[in-house]
Design a protein around this ligand. Structure first.
Ligand SMILES: [Zn+2]
Length: 262
């Protein structure tokens, strides 16, 4: 009996040892499992959400439209400026450089209201060479170049509006031919609209090898808005209301041309 009692106690002791060992192994094996399951950090959550957003965006991305994505840009070149007065008469109180700038600002305002981006070669009374004017335009993705001038003649009865585009060089590329074709159409449109809105005499569309028309790379026209040497026309030109009609005619021609060609 004594032997059985000892055996019984021994087996209980062994059971206890096994239980303790089992518990110890369980704890050892459970620790790495807990460690491999990281607590989500803010960074981790953001990363997960970002992945989901990217996936969602890709799935819902619409087909890109193919077409005109930038606003159409018009360059307005105010003739003369600074030391270059253009046609000048202190006696009659006019400076061509000032009249071209005033008219250019009016054209700019109208075009901006119509939704166009406008860049002026000069915003104030400064001198610019003809090359500089063309360079300003050529650096931009510009759609049209409009140079604004007023006329003068020893013949004081000469009057009216005329619009110029560049003559075609003999060795012209297809692009240049296209540019000049568009220039000619714009010149005609500008003459029609300005004459309509001012009631001025039409002197027609003409060709000339002016530097600003020759050196620009986009369709370009030069408008002579009337004769400062003609008494009656000069008095009309000196009236800002007349210049406004003139500017509206120029802006409408640009708008009509760009909406029908692009
Ligand atoms: Zn001029």
């Amino acid at each position: 009996m004594k032997f059985l009692n000892i055996l019984y106690k021994l087996s209980i002791a062994l059971c206890l040892v096994f239980c303790l060992c089992g518990a110890w192994f369980f704890l050892i094996s459970a620790k790495p499992a807990k460690a491999s399951k990281p607590t989500p950090t803010v960074k981790g959550v953001a990363k997960t959400e970002k992945k989901r957003v990217v996936k969602k965006t890709k799935k819902e991305e619409p087909d890109q439209p193919v077409g005109y994505l930038r606003p159409q840009t018009v360059i307005i070149d105010s003739g003369h400026g600074g030391k270059d007065y253009g046609a000048l008469s202190e006696g009659y109180g006019y400076e061509e450089k000032q009249l071209t700038l005033s008219t250019s600002h009016m054209v700019k305002n109208y075009l901006q209201k119509l939704g166009y981006k406008v860049v002026m070669t000069r915003n104030q009374d400064v001198f610019l060479s003809l090359d500089e004017r063309a360079e300003i335009a050529n650096k931009l993705p510009a759609d049209l170049f409009i140079s604004i001038h007023f006329n003068f003649s020893p013949n004081t009865s000469a009057e009216g509006i005329e619009v110029y585009y560049c003559t075609l060089a003999t060795e012209s590329s297809d692009n240049e031919k296209k540019r000049l074709k568009i220039s000619k159409e714009l010149a005609q449109e500008m003459l029609t609209r300005t004459v309509k809105h001012t009631g001025a005499h039409s002197r027609g569309v003409k060709t000339a090898n002016f530097a600003v028309l020759r050196k620009t790379e986009m369709p370009a026209v030069l408008i002579e808005c009337g004769f400062l040497s003609n008494h009656a026309e000069r008095e009309r030109i000196k009236d800002p209301r007349y210049l406004n009609f003139l500017a509206w005619g120029i802006a409408r021609a640009v708008d009509f041309h760009l909406t029908s060609h692009f």
